[in-house]
Design a protein around this ligand. Structure first.
Ligand SMILES: Nc1ncnc2c1ncn2[C@@H]1O[C@H](COP(=O)(O)OP(=O)(O)OP(=O)(O)O)[C@@H](O)[C@H]1O
Length: 207
């Protein structure tokens, strides 16, 4: 369960977010919409602990009954995915995925097994040894989702992850993401400008 309590964010000149409150259940997707500059990405930065010092903030972030907003980024255990699917260019797909595995998965063989399993579950096993530069945009995007989820985040934030894909790919990729998220049963916060990105069930907040 992800909970944001009375979050307000402002900079020197004006207030961006004013007393935002919501709760997202495991497997549920909350969609944040609003005009450009409303503060959607800034709010996600706060959630992951990467808010620029220009901003002042009030409010609490709770995840699975633990307060997280006072923890450093690496201890919050929140994954984030941007529209630019960033993979390490000097590593192949399998190695990119292995990088994301938590330290609790020990031993080379077990780590390799986890990566292969994830690729197989997503019907992407044939990409394991490919160089990311040789993947299409849609393929790279799917690998990036797998990588974000392999880290076993307790919540996932998506910042316009579909916006660079064409209509057909967009639809396929949305389905892929929602399936993956359902499997891991984690709360998701999605930022988008496109109403078609919003899953059938779930809350919508307009900033
Ligand atoms: N590091 C920063 N320093 C100063 N101002 C910033 C910084 N980051 C963002 N801002 C400002 O904060 C406001 C909110 O930006 P933000 O990117 O959160 O908006 P958004 O709702 O995500 O917009 P979009 O839909 O266009 O992506 C904007 O006016 C932006 O210029």
């Amino acid at each position: 369960m992800l909970k944001v309590q009375d979050c307000s964010i402002s900079n020197a000149s004006h207030s961006l977010i004013n007393k935002l409150n919501f709760t997202v259940s495991p497997g549920e997707v909350l969609t944040l919409m609003g005009p450009s500059g409303a503060g959607k990405s800034t709010f996600l930065s706060w959630m992951i602990g990467a808010l620029s010092p220009e901003f002042s903030v009030k409010g609490e972030l709770w995840l699975n009954h633990q307060r997280r907003d006072n923890l450093p980024t690496e201890r919050r255990n929140i994954g984030i995915l941007f529209q630019d699917a960033l993979l390490f260019a000097h590593l192949n797909v399998g190695q990119n995925l292995a990088m994301a595995l938590p330290a609790s998965v020990k031993g080379r063989e077990q780590r390799q097994h986890c990566v292969e399993q994830a690729l197989e579950n997503a019907h992407l096993a044939h990409f394991s040894r490919r160089d990311p530069a040789t993947l299409s945009g849609g393929e790279r995007a799917r690998i990036s989702v797998l990588r974000a989820l392999l880290a076993k985040p307790e919540a996932l934030l998506l910042d316009e992850p579909f916006s660079r894909l064409d209509q057909t790919l967009r639809e396929q990729f949305r389905q892929f993401v929602w399936q993956q998220v359902q499997q891991q049963a984690i709360p998701v916060v999605l930022v988008t400008h496109d109403p078609q990105d919003i899953p059938a069930a779930g809350q919508i907040i307009n900033l």
